[in-house]
Design a protein around this ligand. Sequence first.
Ligand SMILES: [Mn+2]
Length: 349
Amino acid sequence: MTESWTTNTTLEQIAHWIRPLRRVVVLTHAKPDGDAIGSTLAIAAAINALRPDAQSPTAQVWYFGAMPPFAAKLIGDAPARHFLQQSHPGGEPDGIVITDTGSWNQLEHVKDWLGPRADRAALIDHHRHGDPASAARRFIDPGSAAACQIAAELARLLLKLPSVTGLPVGIARLCYLGLATDTGWFRHSNTTPSALRLAADLLDAGVDAPELYRIVEQSDREARVRLMARALAGMQLHDRGRFAFMSLTRADFAEFHAEQGDAGGFADHAQAIESVSVVAMFTESDPDSSGAPVTKVSLRSKDGEGGVDVNAVARRFDGGGHIRAAGARIAAPIDQARQMVLDVLREAV
Ligand SMILES: [Mn+2]
């Protein structure tokens, strides 16, 4: 019998397993977002704080694919490596920690390396779906607002603190980053009482929340805002305004000297339209290894009466995510991908 995508351990046990490790690689999904970056760096920092006098840091983070514009400021001089495409990084860690995913299609770049080492891997995640074979030890809580909510607790356990209010401010700040970005700065439906209590505790730990807001939301390059204008200008509404579709081609990115990482979060702006229930943002990706076209779709669904489960829609295309935010990669040119998604959305409502 194959294992299911459920928790099979406790955070205490994961902390206990991590503590004696001497060489740890921390991984997350490709094209990491605020939660992925915050949770990986927070856990790596907590692990490295266990052996402050070590010659080289115990834990190192590996990132794959495009990084968001704010990443560099948050990574700073933390031990992190960045690979743009499929790599077989050297080294043989005695432990691997994965955050904010456990699905092979999001770990594609490192799958060949990770697969045979899953017996020495642990993952913490808040997604509803994943591949249990990616890690032998799994703590999965879809009730957590962000992977960072779980990471904050794991960091507390690693450092044997009575409360997350005692976390070093550098770690607390990273946890706040993921919590804030995954909840849309505490606006989305995952803004639970426990998420807000954790946010309060992290502020008590000394986090400068307005500074983080500035770094993440108010440090865009001009190219990103121009790209956003292009996406919004070409927006089309379907089904009496219920679905808003936007597209960006590789030529659009090239024109503004923008990178794929510059296009995140555009869907929020189209959600401002009252009639809109679902926003689909299509971006033309690089062709696959055989040269066939690939379109990435990012889906956002508005809360409230008649809200659409976009996770179910994304899963029809082998993607996934959350009920209100999900995505997929579709092996089709952009116009065809738009029609395919529209068909599935019409079935879903
Ligand atoms: Mn997340």
